[in-house]
Design a binder for this molecule. Structure first.
Ligand code: NAP
Length: 365
């Protein structure tokens, strides 16, 4: 499958590894490294790399590990199991691994043990501190890394965190790929995520069959030649800044509609018929109209984290702040999500920002 966007040179995986060194047309270009024209490679082939070959992932042959069995990690690891991979799992709270163990996964005692057992480890951790702890801690993923292994971190983190994890993994001889995802719980369950990757192109190629099981597309955004990380993290934060501000705008619109005496369902219907029609409104709107936010698909605390990280990313680049500055809309959304967390909504779905907006509009804070 290949798809091409109009403006950017976007190639969408599934990638197939090539013996040739992958290259992108320019460092910032989006490309599926080694994917485009390569012929299928035998399942037991190894993908060449300066640091050591990582075997191409193949169901029935490859042991994969998954660390971070939360909402997303559970669904993603379950799909790897269903596809026939031997899967080792680890989670800080081990009880969350039990359904996967019941389905055939093996439980690792530590992230390092998971990495020692598997050739490719996938991670899906809450935030930068969690991603760092699990990757670089004393019994972290890096402690179990060696040449011929790789770590694919799908957590949403900032570029600096990703670089620190990459350094630790590479110092141990492993390959590293940052691979945050676009898509929530539903797409994770359906194997319809979009991976936004950068890092070691050889690992992108070696892990492609597994990424294909978990997602509908994998984009390699990095500079393949130097294995730089950060472009995947940056892209994910850009997308989630747009998502957070859009959700806050929907919440304000619904709250305004309430104040006007308009039915929420009518507002959603009118929006769906016009230029502001949006899949997220269709997905979240009906539950918001009933003020139902649990169980969370995307916890509000993670959207708050993503807005913080994206604003820091913009500030580091010299973009302005609130009051009409370069990131004023996102700063206002951040304030709304922060108020919602103060109201105890952190573990609810991020659509619960509506509660903070309603309170704010009533001047009840
Ligand atoms: P979640 O259900 O809250 O899971 C978070 C995971 O991180 C759990 O496995 C948790 O372990 C672990 N964790 C947290 N702090 C830790 C620490 N200090 N040390 C070790 N492990 C720690 O979140 P999620 O929704 O799966 O999201 C995971 C990541 O994917 C986040 O970066 C999020 O922003 C991103 N993401 C989420 C969605 C979505 O719709 N949910 C979509 C795209 C991206 P415990 O079980 O022990 O707490």
């Amino acid at each position: 499958m290949m798809a091409r966007a109009a403006a950017l040179p976007i190639s969408v995986a599934p990638a197939r590894p090539s013996a040739a060194s992958p290259s992108c047309p320019r460092p910032s270009a989006v490309c599926a490294a080694a994917a485009a024209a390569a012929a299928p490679v035998p399942a037991d082939a190894a993908v060449p790399s300066a640091l050591g070959a990582v075997p191409l992932a193949a169901p029935g042959k490859t042991t994969l590990a998954f660390v971070g069995i939360g909402i997303m990690g559970h669904a993603m690891a379950a799909n790897l199991l269903k596809a026939g991979y031997d899967v080792v799992v680890w989670n800080r709270s081990p009880e969350r691994c039990q359904p996967l163990v019941d389905a055939g996964a093996r439980l690792a005692a530590t992230p390092a043990d998971a990495a020692r057992t598997a050739s490719i480890v996938f991670g899906m951790l809450a935030d930068p501190p969690a991603a760092l702890a699990v990757a670089t801690g004393p019994e972290g993923v890096a402690a179990g890394m060696s040449p011929g292994k790789g770590y694919v971190d799908a957590s949403t983190v900032d570029a600096a965190t990703s670089a620190a994890v990459a350094a630790a993994v590479r110092a141990a001889g492993g390959l590293f790929l940052e691979a945050p995802v676009s898509g929530s719980k539903g797409p994770a369950e359906q194997g319809q995520l979009v991976f936004l990757t950068a890092g070691d192109a050889a690992l992108f190629a070696a892990s492609a069959p597994a990424l294909e099981v978990m997602g509908k597309a994998s984009l390699y955004l990095g500079g393949a030649a130097d294995g730089a990380v950060g472009a995947g993290a940056a892209m994910k934060l850009v997308v989630n800044q747009i998502m957070g501000t859009t959700m806050a705008a929907l919440a304000e619109g619904l709250a305004l509609a309430s104040a006007c005496g308009l039915a929420q369902g009518d507002v959603l219907r009118v929006a769906s018929l016009g230029a502001v029609a949006c899949p997220m409104f269709a997905l979240k709107g009906p539950a918001m109209a009933e003020r139902r936010y649990a169980p969370a698909a995307f916890p509000l605390k993670h959207q708050l984290k993503d807005l913080r990280l994206s604003l820091e990313q913009g500030a580091a680049l010299g973009l302005g702040g609130a009051g009409g500055g370069g990131q004023g809309v996102a700063e206002a959304a951040l304030a709304a999500f922060a108020r919602a967390e103060e109201l105890g909504r952190g573990d609810d779905d991020f659509s619960a920002v509506l509660e903070a907006v309603l309170l704010h509009q009533q001047g009840a804070e």
